[in-house]
Write a protein of this length. Structure first.
Length: 122
C-alpha cells in the first residue's frame, strides 16, 4: 500500500512539473535613437532596472506587451529622474513567460535595463 502511494505521489509530481516552462525573449531596441559616435557624453549611472508583471489565468488578465514595457520603463525612470542634457541609453528589454499547470496559469515578467548618459555642453 505504501509503495503504491509513494509511486502515485512521484508520478503526480513528474506530471505536474513537466507542465512548467519558461520562455525568455529579449530586445535591445526602443523608439528613440541616440548617436553615441562622438565622445561628447559621459555615463552618469549604469545598470538602471525597471520591472513589470502580468498574470493570466485561463489566458484572461494582465496587459499586452506594450503595456508591460511602458510600465517597466515608467518604473525605471520614476526611481531615476533625468536632469537637463541627460538621456537613457543602451536600453535592453527582456520578457520572460512562465507557464504552469499545463498553461492554465501564465506569468509574464518584463525587465528593462539601461544606462543614463549626460551630454557635455558646447
Amino acid at each position: 500500500m505504501k509503495r503504491n502511494l509513494v509511486f502515485g505521489i512521484i508520478a503526480f509530481s513528474v506530471i505536474l512539473l513537466s507542465s512548467c516552462r519558461a520562455i525568455l525573449t529579449g530586445n535591445s531596441t526602443n523608439g528613440t535613437t541616440i548617436n553615441l559616435s562622438e565622445a561628447n557624453f559621459s555615463y552618469v549611472q549604469k545598470g538602471l532596472v525597471g520591472h513589470s508583471k502580468a498574470t493570466y489565468i485561463l489566458s484572461i488578465g494582465g496587459f499586452n506587451h506594450d503595456g508591460l514595457i511602458k510600465e517597466a520603463k515608467e518604473n525605471m525612470v520614476r526611481m531615476n529622474s533625468l536632469k537637463d542634457n541627460q538621456a537613457i541609453a543602451n536600453m535592453t528589454i527582456d520578457i520572460k513567460n512562465k507557464f504552469l499547470l499545463f498553461g492554465l496559469y501564465q506569468q509574464e515578467i518584463c525587465t528593462i535595463s539601461a544606462d543614463i548618459i549626460e551630454f557635455r555642453k558646447k
